[in-house]
Ligand binder design. Structure first.
Ligand SMILES: Nc1ncnc2c1ncn2[C@@H]1O[C@H](COP(=O)(O)OP(=O)(O)OP(=O)(O)O)[C@@H](O)[C@H]1O
Ligand SMILES: [Mg+2]
Length: 283
């Protein structure tokens, strides 16, 4: 988010929501959410400064630039906004109150830039996007994340290789958050660590894409689905399925020219187009 000026942002995604900033439209899984103008102003002010405390005064100046209003008005519209978002329900957390200081938008956000004509903000929802939040206290990996971002533009398959527990998944998630806007939030995280049987690797991807799961090999269905999609796929924890994942990844690279893959593995996949990023332990 920090690398994008707010004026450049077409919209912002968070949880199941999309906020089309210019159109002043909030939608949830493609369905417009009814929200008053003041509540929307508050949301825009908070969501464009994620993880920052916005004071009550800043909010009031922004929402009522020409009028002096009581704090009660702010509280009233804040309550309406939280209700519309379902904040606090089923574990969803978007806005927290920082006592005596203001409010803070705490949910992970993904910016959508205007040049993503192939994935307009409101109409074309990718409901399967499931990137986990980045580790809030990640230390010492900024350079790795930056280098990975650069490699991902040059190469469509980057495998983060390193010993167990070194931070591969953590760095992959952080790099995917950084790249997410280029993929308009179309990011699929596939945890292969829970898949013991290689035959189920493709089925797992298919299920995450919402494809009907069949008894036979799901690879052709996955290829058909992906071939015209622009997507960032994270294949996490591949070492116990290296051969199978190598086959699936090569097929995807051949069949789906706009899909990029980040794999994490203790061993490389060893396919031609693979770019290996060796992750060393932090000093
Ligand atoms: N840069 C970091 N700063 C703080 N904590 C970190 C960092 N990197 C990893 N961790 C923590 O270390 C643990 C292991 O990290 P992670 O799961 O990313 O490693 P991994 O290489 O993917 O492991 P595995 O080989 O088991 O898949 C996690 O609890 C994670 O939160
Ligand atoms: Mg891992």
């Amino acid at each position: 988010m920090a690398i994008v000026a707010v004026g450049d942002i077409k919209g912002i995604r968070f949880g199941p929501f999309k906020l089309a900033v210019g159109e002043r439209l909030l939608s949830r899984e493609g369905v417009p959410v009814e929200l008053g103008g003041r509540a929307l102003d508050i949301l825009v002010a908070l969501v464009t400064s994620p993880n920052e405390i916005v004071s009550k005064k800043q909010l009031m100046d922004r929402v009522w630039p020409d009028a002096l209003v009581e704090e009660g008005s702010l509280r009233f519209h804040m309550a309406g906004l939280r209700k519309a978002l379902g904040d606090g329900q089923d574990g969803a957390r978007y806005i927290t109150t920082i006592a005596g200081r203001g409010y803070c938008f705490v949910a992970p956000t993904v910016a959508v830039l205007p040049d993503h004509r192939d994935s307009p903000l409101v109409e074309d929802v990718f409901p399967h996007a499931n990137l986990p939040p980045r580790l809030a206290r990640m230390v010492g990996r900024d350079v790795d994340v930056m280098k990975l971002g650069a490699q991902l533009t040059d190469s469509r398959l980057v495998t983060i290789v390193g010993p167990g527990g070194v931070g591969k998944t953590t760095v992959a998630i952080a790099a995917a958050h950084q790249a997410a806007e280029v993929f308009a939030g179309h990011v699929l995280f596939v945890d292969l660590g829970v898949v013991a049987d290689p035959k189920l690797a493709a089925t797992t991807i298919a299920a995450l894409l919402g494809l009907p799961v069949q008894a036979e090999d799901a690879t052709p269905d996955v290829m058909r689905f992906l071939r015209d999609k622009r997507l960032l796929l994270i294949l996490d924890t591949c070492e116990h399925l290296v051969e199978t994942v190598a086959t699936i990844a090569s097929s995807i690279l051949d069949a789906a020219p706009q899909v990029h893959i980040i794999a994490t593995s203790r061993e490389a996949l060893r396919i031609d187009s693979e770019r290996i990023y060796r992750l060393d332990a932090l000093g």
